[in-house]
Design a protein around this ligand. Structure first.
Ligand code: NDP
Length: 251
């Protein structure tokens, strides 16, 4: 049993659905105080109702992670409302599929900005709060696509997700002086609204190719994030954990 994170101040970007909602749900069950951030306020409201039903203190915040001022405002407001920031989950991301031959520079920039640049924005904006508190945790949602595997249509996505791992290695060294750790969860194929767009037939084929014979659940990722947030992970930083049902294991 991990030490409880009850009462801890948590921010989940991209918490309005999918993996972010799963992370928030796992943390809410632990009694954390949670801010859910995304662009669409109506989707946030639905998640807040779920968090409160689980007994958690929860608030929503509209934010565009591609905009530094928006991220800085989000983090400062979260810390003000929740008495500091203990755990930052930099999770928001997009994964539009487009092959390199058809990819415009704007397609590339949008994915890199949303997935990678935003990770830098979140960490940079959170540093003053970690410094003030003398502690902090950052959990980044990366992927196996990019750092470990490739997939046609996801060159920009893979670059952004591999880039996140490059970022956290140096960030871990720089954040250590604030007694703050940063680690990444690398999901395999997790069943989310975002993935549903790929079609049921495709998803079934995908599930059959995974040793554990199922797509991941969003809470599988939440549980890994919870470990990185726990006291038990205090000496783990600059690392990543693959949560993929064995998908990347060789035959
Ligand atoms: P979803 O599409 O289900 O959710 C994405 C979340 O990010 C939403 O809350 C969305 O809200 C938010 N978001 C997107 N763009 C922005 C933005 N510019 N500013 C603020 N929030 C934004 O995706 P998943 O849950 O599947 O993915 C979450 C993370 O997990 C991503 O980083 C993704 O790369 C990673 N991942 C997912 C896998 C999977 O199988 N699903 C596998 C590996 C990694 P809104 O649109 O309202 O802003």
């Amino acid at each position: 049993m991990l030490t409880s994170i009850k009462g801890k101040s948590v921010l989940v970007t991209g918490g309005s659905r999918g993996i972010g909602r799963g992370i928030a749900r796992v943390f809410a069950r632990q009694g954390a105080r949670i801010t859910i951030a995304a662009r669409d306020s109506a989707a946030i409201d639905e998640v807040l109702a779920e968090m409160r039903a689980l007994g958690a203190e929860a608030r929503g915040a509209a934010c565009d992670v591609t905009d530094y001022d928006s991220v800085r405002g989000l983090i400062d407001d979260t810390a003000a409302a929740q008495g500091g920031l203990d755990i930052l989950c930099a999770n928001a991301g997009i994964f539009p599929q487009v092959k390199i031959v058809d990819m415009d520079p704007a397609d590339w920039d949008r994915v890199i900005d949303t997935n990678l640049r935003s990770t830098f924005f979140c960490v940079k904006a959170a540093i003053p709060h970690f410094e003030r508190a003398g502690k902090g945790r950052v959990i980044v949602t990366s992927s196996i696509t990019g750092p470990v595997t490739g997939y046609p249509g996801w060159a920009h996505y893979g670059a952004s997700k591999a880039g996140q791992l490059g970022f956290i290695r140096t960030a871990a060294m720089e954040l250590a002086r604030y007694n703050t750790t940063i680690n990444a969860v690398m999901p395999g194929n997790i069943y989310t609204e975002g993935l549903q767009g790929l079609g049921e037939g495709y998803l079934q084929t995908m599930a059959n190719s995974i040793p554990l014979k199922r797509l991941g659940d969003v809470e599988d990722i939440g549980n890994a994030a919870l470990f990185f947030a726990s006291d038990e992970a205090a000496y783990v930083t600059g690392q990543q954990i693959i949560v993929d049902g064995g998908q990347i294991l060789p035959e």
